[in-house]
Design a protein around this ligand. Sequence first.
Ligand code: BGC
Length: 498
Amino acid sequence: MPASRRGSGTITLPTGVTLNYHTRTNEEEDLPHATKKTMADHLRKFESLFTLTPQRMRMIVDAFTESLEIGLESSGQVVPMIPTFVFGWPSGHESGEYLALDLGGTNLRVCLVTLHGGGKFEITQSKYRLTEEQKHDDGQKLFDFCADCVKTFINSNLGDSEEMIKSGVKLPLGFTFSYPCSQERIDHGVLIRWTKGFSAPNTEGCDVAAMFREALEAQNVPVDLVALTCDTTGTLIASTYVNPKTKIAVIFGTGCNAAYMETIKEIPKLKGCGFADDTEIAINCEWGAFDSFQHEHLPRTKYDITVDESSNKPGEQAFEKLISGRYLGEILRLVICDLIDEGVLFLGQNTYKIEIPYSFDTAFLSLMESDPTDELLMIIGIFTHFFALETTLAERQFFRALAKLIGKRSARLSACGIAAIVNRKSLLEDGCSVGADGSLYNKYPGFADRVHEGLQDIFGDKGLNIVTHHAEDGSGIGSAIIAAMTKKRKETGLYPNY
Ligand code: BGC
């Protein structure tokens, strides 16, 4: 312990805990701040930690492409490459009224979709925000809540559900359940693992379609669960319904994932199921799991490792944890906390608010990057309003630059995933459209441009042939189209047991 505690410094206690202190007299008016030069030095360090060179990206793409292949060979692989039993593309003529239930990362949505054919549709929907409690409470309760929401929606939009049950009317429904499920047929799905912070017990290893059906029956909801699908598969189908050039769908939101169409003869693990060799089937890659457990290919910083180890699923969703909206704010917060611990930032200020895990929303990164003012007033607002912290211009410039590094890395890694599917399907020469959705893709400034830049770094000029575009609502419209395709397929007797 120093004789005088005037000024600022760091003390390590015998327990190993580090304390930062700052003592001032009433003669000093200003709080101490890091100098411009200190912030510039730190920025250089983070630049080298978070920057992905084209060469490194190509190495990731090679490993990724191999993982996709391994996933198609046999079940239970790290990237599970799940056959979804959505056979082929929509014709665009699908029509009729369908319900869609969307259980994503943040909300529960019930939709009534009227497909008019010719790529036209109408949608009416209700949204319910999921509470943190519901994400961790017993799984059957979650599905009971889903059934309850569907029933309320039917009663207020379509008529008395009890009357429908009496007269034997059942409305076809597509259930978009955006968590990895292994499927034996389209109306079945065993949850492999929860992602995106969910942990509802008694659900992993169970057939979630059966759990939802049980809830529907118990509450007399006049619904026929036709298809269980995931947001990416829905996005693939919804995008091609309106833009037939779409060959890949990706979601960059709370979680991240991709889907594309594969031919049966290229899927060794489906040999012997009796499907014709040239039949096409949509694959839900569940690529968020790439490099999980072994951590051999992705460059993880110590902040990424902390995010992983302090999550409710350590080791899992390694790719997703570097990319998706659930984690980017947390990564930046951990860097800031590290600099607080080192005595670089916010000396003499009370930092307890920013020390709360997940208190730094990824939306703040978007706002910081898009702050149009010279003084970076938006960043002043974020730090004073949400964290009661004062910042200097040099610090704000540093935070903005840091957000850019983290956001850019996310987009460039996303490009690696897309490139792996492009390789797998040899789409580079002819090019293709990639339907993309999710809060990061839609709201993070420059995200799509950075993905495109990344694709050029990987493929050179030919990377320009791969273009992402904002996709149609896969979890609502896509789910309804999949329900329509499935009903028709079964009516025509094609693979009726799947
Ligand atoms: C889930 C995927 C989903 C993705 C985007 C991931 O965490 O495992 O099923 O498609 O998030 O919502």
